[in-house]
Design a protein around this ligand. Sequence first.
Ligand code: 4NP
Length: 167
Amino acid sequence: MRQTPILQPVSGRPVRVLFVCLGNICRSPSAEGVFRHLVSEAGQDEAFEIDSAGIIGHHEGELPDGRMRAHAARRGYDLTSRSRPIRYEDFFHFDYIIGMDESNRERLLEKAPTAELAEKVSLLTDWAPDAAKDHVPDPYYGGAEGFEHVLDLLEHCLPQLQRQIHP
Ligand code: 4NP
């Protein structure tokens, strides 16, 4: 008898990727912007749906942090997304829900509606084991070097993610 797989492979529609950090004003909007840039350069705009969200909603509706936007702009990334908290429906809609640090991952696993949907949760650095760090550190309370470090890590990890999840 034919078995129906529990997880259907993604086909015939874009791969849906959601990046998540605490506030959705520094790391995850940058991941969204850098990933959009990579995908666009590769001519893969139609192959991906890309978004970002925060664990908390304190900055809902805001543009990314001005410091993060300035550092990103110097590398050619225009960050224009608006902060929003992660929603229940996101766990059903997105194929990959990608946190920036261990705290993000734990909160995402707590929020996942089912154990099967929790399998969509990963850390960005899981996709690039050779990265300089095993997480993307929160730059919010630090200086300029923290924002540069975020961008260095994103530019290192995201091409590896792109290669692994491209349909
Ligand atoms: P993000 O950085 O999680 O990379 O967006 C933060 C932004 C805001 C806060 C903390 C981290 N906050 O406490 O408001």
